[in-house]
Design a protein around this ligand. Sequence first.
Ligand code: HEC
Ligand code: HEC
Length: 368
Amino acid sequence: MLLGALLVSLAAGCSTLDEMVDAGEPELAQASLALSPEAQQQRARALAHRPGTAALRAAYRRPASLPAEAAASLEIVSLGDKLFRSRELSRQRSISCLSCHEPRAAWSDLRARPVADNGVAMTRRSQTLYDMAWQSSFLWDGRQDSLESMVNGPIASPDIMGLPLDDMVARLQGLPDFVADFQKAYPEFGITPETVSHALSAFMRTLRSPATRFDRWVGGDDKALSPAELRGFQLFNGKANCFACHSGWRFTDEGFRDIGLPATSDRGRGKIKPQIESLAFAFKTPTLRGVADRPPYMHDGSVRSLEAVIEHYDRGGLRRPSLSPDMFPLGLSAQEKADLVAFMRTLSPGPGDARTASTAPTEEAQQP
Ligand code: HEC
Ligand code: HEC
């Protein structure tokens, strides 16, 4: 295994042990090796296996409750909810967190480029906030490793809400209802940048993706998915190779990959780890929970529909040294493409499903 890691890291352009250590195990594992078209075909055939239904159900079962670390008092979660929707957190009071993270769009929004408080469009697309409690790195390039450390970022950033944190504290101190809420939630600390980020984080950790028909199928209800949706799920885990990156109940391994979208000036993870070739143009694998509810797709919002997403994967992406070895032409038929799209739609709540993702804090948030 060590030898394998070494070979991969050499291929990834790391010349010293230090660089490899810096690169970290997960990133080494996904470093790109240029595969010949023949080797890719072979790989595709090898992947076209049919995992048993029981094994698939086990691999995609969602946890019953929030992780213990996500527990917070109702006062704190309610305060986080109120801060999240307050325009007081933006310099010109033009936007709140909610402006770019809306419940109806799975806590993302429906724009390729959201517009900041200063009227300028951002360079990347907003992300869904589903299942933050389970996530270990944040933003499209994973440059933040905790919610608490990142959430004041959007407030203070001149490119987003543009309100320096000192000004934010002063502003909130002038609003009697916030003063009272902070007093209840944090009697010892009151209003500080840390209590603001703590409350916002606690609120976001309650935003779980809703259980859907797919989860009922995982739970043993054979009739919950149509034959087309089931075929789509089999393709997802076989011939179409989606599971190589979108694995587990959140449909992400949280790895960083170049999937061969047309290059822009945004090098993603590659900007943070320039010494690793495979990370040029690499972005974090997004969850697919609620994916039908939040077009357009990709870090730059460049792909308009789920159908267009499948066309991209079917073509295999732009060949370049950083392209992930898990990307290759798939040779999907029109029926197979439609089945994959049908399957992805089952990850959004239907008419009969509850939309969790409470805008009001849930009892669940209270549980240890
Ligand atoms: C003007 C639009 C806009 C506003 C306002 C905004 N965000 Fe975001 N949010 C984004 C964009 C765009 C990204 C992705 C940025 C990137 O990857 O560089 C993002 C990413 C995030 C993420 C990372 C999610 C993940 O999966 O890693 C969190 C958490 C988040 N925002 C929380 C907030 C909070 C809390 C607020 C309010 C304090 C807020 N956002 C305000 C646009 C916005
Ligand atoms: C090599 C890893 C990999 C494979 C294989 C892969 N994906 Fe992705 N997927 C990603 C990454 C990384 C992104 C984000 C890319 C970006 O924004 O630059 C993504 C984005 C997406 C998106 C857009 C989601 C959003 O929030 O914008 C969808 C939908 C998607 N993939 C579905 C699929 C399907 C269906 C398959 C199989 C046909 C598949 N993926 C195969 C890694 C992969």
